[in-house]
Design a protein around this ligand. Structure first.
Ligand SMILES: *Cc1c(COP(=O)(O)O)cnc(C)c1O
Length: 348
């Protein structure tokens, strides 16, 4: 669908936060990393420095690895956390279940995803406990990991207490805990907490810390708070084709993001743009929302309104159940948000 000529295409883009480009700080670092010859496969000073920076950020001695994308990060992390005959409990709406083409099962050689009901994208203790306890016989995969997504696929947030409740339950039953943090930056910015408080201090063993959606060109960090789980992870990454030989180009942009809180400034901006859109839409009659807690707005637009919006060139996703999803990024502008809100109002 051609965009209105007066409006550049990027202006109309709310399909995902990964439709944005690379933020200026990360791009400058990427270019700066191009100077001269540097040791490969992560044996370089920049990669060591960014790992130290991440340890400082989380105030703990964790192990850090990098992958090209989030599917690999999640799948390889989960594979490192369970055996092929075990199970991984996730929300039925989780990215690992709905958007990774079976990669967690593939890389774990068959561990089964066990789907728990979700409310507003979140697991609750009752649903998790039911999955852990309903079968103990050997004909059913043994639950070994609980994975939760922060920010969730529905744009909502777990509080530190909510995470704690689930991880405590998991640990009581001998399960490990994983967090899909593709939008971890948005969560930290929105909750205004120390990163440690919603990860290892809240019982998370392994975090997939998303870089792409917060403004990097490419790359996610896999952070092992339980370092024993990361043993031999380098080999797993290499076998899966996820070890970058020119690692400096993955790591240097991370360093730029983590310096001077740049990651939180960009994530905070994305969150504010979503809030701005939500404030506009709340004024319209009869629209139902998910709570807008981070950088996504989920609203139940009528089907005809969506058709009209798309005819004007606006790009956004429709979720199961017909909910329209508008994602904001570091690059979203107030002008674009205001224009979108006006066009949504006109479409109703
Ligand atoms: C985007 C995203 C990922 C990573 O997806 P890739 O396309 O593999 O990088 C993982 N989890 C969630 C919740 C996401 O939104």
């Amino acid at each position: 669908m051609p965009a209105t000529p007066a409006i550049p295409g990027y202006f109309l883009q709310f399909a995902s936060d990964n439709t944005a480009g690379v933020c200026p700080e990360a791009l400058a670092a990427f270019n700066a990393a191009n100077a001269g010859f540097v040791s490969s496969y992560g044996e370089d000073a920049t990669t060591r420095e960014v790992c130290d920076h991440i340890r400082e950020l989380f105030a703990t001695d964790c192990d850090i690895y990098f992958s090209f994308n989030g599917t690999a990060a999640n799948s390889l992390a989960l594979a490192a956390m369970c055996q092929s005959y075990q199970g991984v409990i996730c929300a039925e709406s989780a990215h690992v279940e709905t958007d990774e083409c079976g990669a967690p099962e593939f890389f774990s050689n068959g561990a089964k995803l066990l789907l728990a009901p979700q409310r507003e994208g979140k697991l609750d203790a009752a649903g998790v406990e039911h999955l852990i306890t309903r079968r103990r016989d050997l004909h059913y995969p043994r639950p070994k990991v609980v994975t939760l997504t922060q920010t969730t696929e529905m744009g909502t947030l777990y509080s530190a207490d909510e995470i704690n409740t689930i991880t405590r339950l998991a640990k009581q039953h001998g399960l490990r805990t994983h967090m899909d943090g593709a939008r971890f930056a948005n969560a930290v910015a929105a909750l205004d907490v120390a990163p440690a408080d919603i990860t290892w201090r809240a019982g998370i063993d392994v975090l997939c810390f998303g870089g792409t959606k917060m403004g990097l060109p490419i790359g996610e960090a896999i952070v092992f708070f339980d370092r024993a789980l990361g043993e031999e992870f380098s080999w797993r990454c290499k076998q899966a084709g996820q070890l970058a030989s020119k690692m400096r180009f993955l790591s240097a942009p991370w360093l730029a993001m983590l310096e001077n809180q740049t990651w939180l400034r960009h994530a905070g901006h994305a969150n504010q743009m979503a809030q701005r859109l939500a404030r506009h839409l709340e004024k319209l009659p009869s629209l139902e929302f998910m709570p807008t807690q981070a950088n996504g707005v989920f609203v139940n637009l009528p089907a005809e309104a969506m058709v009209r919006l798309r005819a004007k060139g606006w790009s956004f996703h429709t979720f199961i159940g017909g909910v329209a999803r508008f994602m904001c990024s570091w690059a979203s502008t107030e002008a674009a948000v205001d224009h979108l809100a006006a066009d949504i109002a006109a479409s109703l």
